[in-house]
Write a protein that binds this ligand. Sequence first.
Ligand code: IPE
Ligand code: IPE
Ligand code: MG
Length: 241
Amino acid sequence: MSVTPTYGLMPAHVAIIMDGNGRWAKARRRPRVFGHTEGVKTVRKIVEGASEIGVKCLTLYSFSTENWTRPKAEIAALFNLLRQYVESDLATLHEKNVCVRILGSRSGLTPDLLALIKRVEETTKDNTAFNLNIAFNYGGRDELLRAAARAVADGQDLAEITEAGFGAYLDTAGLPDADLVIRTSGEKRISNFLLWQSAYAEFIFTDVLWPDFDVSDLEAAISDFNRRERRFGNLDQSEVA
Ligand code: IPE
Ligand code: IPE
Ligand code: MG
């Protein structure tokens, strides 16, 4: 008999800063890109595992607006890995009823990548089992500026707009806020990720490097999330009589 494990309350939206690929490769005396290639294997495992655990929305940070400062060859490799991942996994993701969204700026992306992004988003847009967001060419500040520009172009008065109204112009429109943000590799910073959406997220930092991260680490993070008391500015529950 198989027993379905319980993890308590499931975060509505798990977001992961997938960090440490370069150090993982360096420890093996391999080029950094080898670490990124291994990282894609982890992406596949975690997408699969997260949906089995019962997570409904997962965002993976894979290329930041600041990552343009890296060597050209590494940038090209990261772009190729995104392309290969989407091309090879699109059919399976669609079959599994996964809605895929690529968060981030479209500027600086080549026409073929833009076409591929359009294809994956259009193909999967009505899927309902799981939301997979890949933050690529993404920066939280950039997203906020693009959202403000779009709202204005839409005739919105920014002096009057509500938080929900503004949220509708973000790349994550229609999705819940991130309530669990995990960062691998021991770094303890947000690096311009989901600045608006993580306003009340719980943060979990693990020393595990992204290529070594597995479903048990995700489960541990969710258990930790369940032990946190989320107050949202209110008082400790024992004090609310
Ligand atoms: C994360 O791994 C992937 C990206 C930022 C694209 P890194 O490439 O940042 O790996 P480290 O931090 O140098 O080990
Ligand atoms: C954050 O990792 C971006 C991604 C994981 C895509 P970085 O390695 O680029 O972040 P910093 O430079 O350590 O802040
Ligand atoms: Mg890094």
